[in-house]
Design a protein around this ligand. Structure first.
Ligand code: HEC
Length: 123
């Protein structure tokens, strides 16, 4: 065994690990703040496009479609899971929920849960 050769990281390596630190820092900090894994609201916003063709973003209920904004996240997740497991009736929502995974449901819960129910939604 000769001399140990240390892998050369160089400046690029240092810059990369610094960038990773910066990127991961806030994410870790926010997930540590809560015990339960929190959904990514930005991802939820991205996914919400399909939902808001039926559900009003203002929280107004229209034609039998209930509002889904400003719900507690765990409640939202529980309801979505009950559609997914077919415990709750409604073919439309069963189909929609079946296409979502846990991460996506958590993200939607975070996004819709963070929206404010508009008081003046009657038209
Ligand atoms: C094609 C129209 C349509 C789309 C698209 C749709 N929903 Fe629904 N959703 C409904 C209807 C209708 C109900 C009421 C079903 C019932 O009576 O159980 C409902 C119910 C719900 C409920 C339960 C509300 C309550 O008060 O019990 C949640 C939560 C929900 N939807 C979330 C979503 C999410 C999240 C998406 C997008 C991923 C979505 N929905 C997309 C039509 C839709």
């Amino acid at each position: 065994m000769g001399q140990r050769v240390r892998p050369k990281t160089g400046k690029a390596g240092a810059a990369l690990s610094l960038a990773l630190l910066v990127l991961c820092g806030p994410v870790q900090a926010s997930s540590e703040a809560k015990a339960s894994p929190k959904g990514d609201a930005a991802f939820g916003e991205y996914l919400s496009g399909t939902c808001v063709t039926c559900h009003q973003i203002s929280g107004k209920s229209t034609g039998g479609i209930p509002p889904i904004v400003a719900w507690p996240e765990d409640q939202f997740i529980a309801v979505m899971n009950s559609y997914r497991s077919k415990d709750r009736e409604n073919q439309v929502m069963r189909t929609i929920a079946a296409a979502l995974n846990d991460e996506e449901i958590a993200a939607l819960a975070a996004y819709f849960g963070g929206l404010i129910l508009q008081p003046d939604t009657k038209k």
